[in-house]
Design a protein around this ligand. Structure first.
Ligand code: SF4
Ligand code: SF4
Length: 98
């Protein structure tokens, strides 16, 4: 999954570490290993790896994670389209917003 990345600095991912209870769900469900667990608290270790799928926010029992107003816009479409374009050597992929 290392090459399946969204645009750097584009993902809206907010994390309240004080609210975190250290369950580790975010690190488990994130397909891009954006979170890790250290000293019983989650940490963001690769914010630009986030593709806004919303899995971490939906699975956090402490509501410590906020992805975006739609709770994940599904910009996996951008990543998948970019990957297809790369394979076909065509134009870059488009985000779900256009
Ligand atoms: S929104 Fe998805 S990709 Fe981004 S940190 Fe959460 S689980 Fe990982
Ligand atoms: S899912 Fe929420 S409570 Fe659990 S480790 Fe991640 S941020 Fe903390």
């Amino acid at each position: 999954m290392k090459n399946f990345r969204y645009i750097d600095g584009a993902a809206i991912l907010k994390f309240n570490q004080e609210a975190c209870i250290g369950c580790g769900m975010c690190a488990t469900v994130c397909p891009h290993r954006v979170f890790t667990l250290r000293h019983k608290k989650a940490e963001i270790v690769d914010a630009n790896g986030c593709m806004e799928c919303g899995a971490c926010a939906r699975n956090c029992p402490a509501a410590a994670i906020y992805v975006n107003p739609d709770n994940g816009c599904g910009c996996a479409a951008y990543i998948i389209n970019s990957w297809i374009a790369r394979v076909r050597k065509g134009a870059p992929g488009q985000c779900c917003g256009g």
